[in-house]
Ligand binder design. Structure first.
Ligand SMILES: *Cc1c(COP(=O)(O)O)cnc(C)c1O
Length: 410
């Protein structure tokens, strides 16, 4: 008799069971009312009061003095790199596992992304392998706080400081996170966040740089605002900032208002995700071969873009990810496929690969290549209701305990 539904056994949940997940992006009357006010105020862009307010609130929530609100979380990285003096031909170290934007931000102006392997437990940049990737051309390091984990800032900064190389934290997955009690994004020279539709705070599109350095904040502002300083009015003459080719990477007051409102409820959401993560961790704690991504050594307040299970034990060695996913679906809920895979394999980089435009430190990233095929993630929407996490936990547990049955299927 089969146990697993995919093998003909009885499913844990009947076909039309409901699994409550949070609506995304969130919407409420209060935000709608504030949007209406902005609409009639006509103050839509150009450093509007709503944008200034959000910049201050968001920076303060992460223990930073300054925030510069922008069009998206790729332009934030691009501006941060250029303001820190990175130029065409320079090398920028990024982790092998991230969204392509982290590496593309360097490529856009001719800098060369250099890919470093990840740690097996956190899935973030491996500080041990960082040192070996540094060359005389290295001008910046971008650790990514991936999914629900934080890169080891302490050890990465120790290496970076020894070489005098600035660090930009890519916090696109880590809104509200704290490392050793202090906001992510304030440990390196600049912290970059994205507010794209799927992120844990979203205004459809958007991004912000935070920093505690007034000079860096000022330069990033000039760069996103086509060279205008904060106090300059539209139409007023400006002095072009030397050596800084500026862009229009502005975002609007509408986005700022939506995000201000979401920031107020972020702590409550993070607590819910945390509770779901605890439940899911418990569900698999004694199951051989499967584990959860770790949160990071000194993570004190966790944020969640997604939560990742790694089926990397010998029990699952010859079971493809697609079969695991299909098995969860047959039990009642498909445990989704939020997983980036090695970023250097992305088509946009493969084009460049043939021309030798990027470098993989040490020639390959074996940890990233081994783990991404057995990584199955749950989105933050799924983590919003601990009752849903409870049910999903029973599904993952059942599937994981029946590896033998799964292996025999083809
Ligand atoms: C989403 C994301 C970004 C920025 O993306 P945008 O879509 O440009 O806002 C950067 N890094 C990571 C890791 C991301 O997930």
């Amino acid at each position: 008799m089969a146990n697993l539904a995919i093998a003909g056994g009885k499913p844990l949940f009947p076909e039309n069971s409901s699994f409550q997940v949070s609506e995304w992006p969130p919407r409420d009357e209060r935000t709608a009312e504030r949007l209406r006010e902005i609409y009639f105020s006509g103050d839509w862009s150009f450093n509007s009061p709503a944008e200034q307010q959000f910049e201050q609130e968001f920076a303060a929530a992460h223990d930073a003095a300054y925030g510069v609100f922008m069009a998206n979380g790729t332009t934030t990285l691009e501006c941060a790199l250029q303001v820190l003096g990175v130029k065409a031909g320079d090398e920028v170290i990024v982790p092998a596992l991230t969204w392509m934007a982290t590496a593309l931000a360097a490529s856009y102006f001719g800098a060369i992304p250099v890919f470093v392997d990840i740690e097996p437990d956190t899935l973030c940049m491996d500080p041990e392998k960082l040192e070996a990737a540094i060359t005389p051309k290295t001008r910046a390091i971008i650790p990514v706080h991936a999914y629900s984990s934080m890169a080891d800032l302490e050890r990465i900064l120790a290496v970076a400081n020894r070489h005098g190389i600035p660090v930009i934290e890519d916090c696109a997955h880590m809104h509200g996170g704290k490392w050793a009690g202090r906001g992510v994004g304030t440990w390196g020279a600049v912290g970059s966040f994205s507010f794209q539709q799927s992120k844990t705070m979203s205004s459809g599109e958007g991004g912000i740089c935070i920093t505690n350095d007034p000079e860096i904040a000022n330069k990033i502002y000039l760069m996103k605002h086509i060279g205008y300083a904060r106090n300059v009015k539209q139409g007023q003459a400006i002095k072009a900032p030397e050596g800084l080719l500026c862009h229009n990477y502005r975002a609007t007051a509408f986005q700022a208002v939506i995000l201000s409102e979401q920031l107020r409820t972020l702590p409550e959401r993070l607590a819910r995700y945390d509770e779901s993560a605890r439940i899911l961790n418990e569900a698999i704690a004694d199951v051989p071969g499967v584990r959860l991504q770790k949160h990071g050594r000194l993570a004190t307040l966790r944020s969640y873009y997604s939560l990742h299970f790694l089926f990397d034990g010998p029990e699952f060695a010859d079971i493809p990810k697609s079969r695991l996913t299909a098995a969860t679906k047959a039990e009642g809920f498909e445990v989704g496929n939020v997983c980036h895979g090695p970023v250097y394999k992305h088509a946009l980089f493969n084009l460049d690969a043939s021309r030798g435009q990027f470098r993989i430190a040490g020639g390959s990233c074996p940890v990233c290549e081994k783990l991404t095929p057995c990584d199955i993630g749950l989105t933050h929407q799924t983590l919003y209701y601990p009752e849903t996490a409870e049910k999903i936990g029973t599904i993952i547990r059942k599937v994981a305990l029946n590896a033998n049955e799964l292996r025999k299927l083809s």
